[in-house]
Design a protein around this ligand. Structure first.
Ligand SMILES: Cc1cc2nc3c(=O)[nH]c(=O)nc-3n(C[C@H](O)[C@H](O)[C@H](O)COP(=O)(O)O)c2cc1C
Length: 192
């Protein structure tokens, strides 16, 4: 009788643990459908472990001919974030971010697809950030040269490497509803 009770207790523990894991880990589709741009953060730092997970997700993206032309500059120093990104009309999200990832592309490899490759990495970065319970927003870099030139200089980014986008990351201080972008009229089945 005792043995049966022990076996039942173990089975119950395994089932409860399984349910808990399912409850705490949203599916890939949930992550995609609930991500939304976050532009206000608590100011808390983002751990190195989380940043590495996010960067790993970025580097898991597909690239043309598996070229992987992406390069990343990660800034976590508050003063550097503020002095590099904290001015101008779109600086709001940067004043409270815990970290900033500048997604760059190596542009001297005769790879005309660097822009697409790095965009795929940037989207993976946004999704991984959201999956970890953090927030982020894609802010534009290339081809707006007036935006990227000061960043290029401040972060010592070489000429053959171009910042595509600048992503502030942090603990969300806002909780906006994901936008409903489902528009069947944008789809043309079989033929336009
Ligand atoms: C190429 C690109 C450039 C963007 N640039 C900016 C930007 O400079 N500043 C900003 O606040 N958001 C920027 N965004 C975020 C968009 O405004 C946002 O994704 C869009 O409004 C849809 O909202 P959602 O991300 O919450 O779904 C950019 C997004 C993309 C893809």
């Amino acid at each position: 009788m005792k043995k049966i009770n022990i076996v039942l207790a173990i089975m119950a523990t395994v089932i409860i643990a399984g349910c808990k894991q399912q409850a705490s880990e949203p599916s890939a589709l949930d992550v995609i459908m609930t991500r939304t741009s976050i532009r206000s953060f608590t100011g808390d730092p983002v751990s190195r472990e989380n940043l590495e997970t996010i960067l790993k997700a970025g580097m898991a993206a597909p690239t043309a001919m598996n070229n992987q032309p992406w390069r990343f500059v990660v800034v976590t120093d508050k003063e550097k974030i503020s002095s590099t990104f904290g001015s101008g009309p779109r600086s709001g999200a940067f004043t409270t971010a815990g970290a900033v990832i500048v997604v760059c592309g190596q542009t001297d490899q005769r790879n005309m697809f660097w822009y697409e490759d790095c965009s795929a990495a940037a989207e993976n970065i946004l999704l991984a950030t959201h999956a970890l319970g953090l927030g982020a927003v894609w802010t534009a870099g290339y081809p707006a040269m007036e935006r990227i030139e000061p960043i290029q200089t401040a972060l010592n980014i070489p000429e053959n490497v171009t910042p595509l986008c600048i992503i502030p990351i942090g603990v969300p201080a806002e909780n906006p509803e994901p936008k409903d972008k489902w528009k069947p009229e944008n789809i043309h089945w079989e033929k336009w």
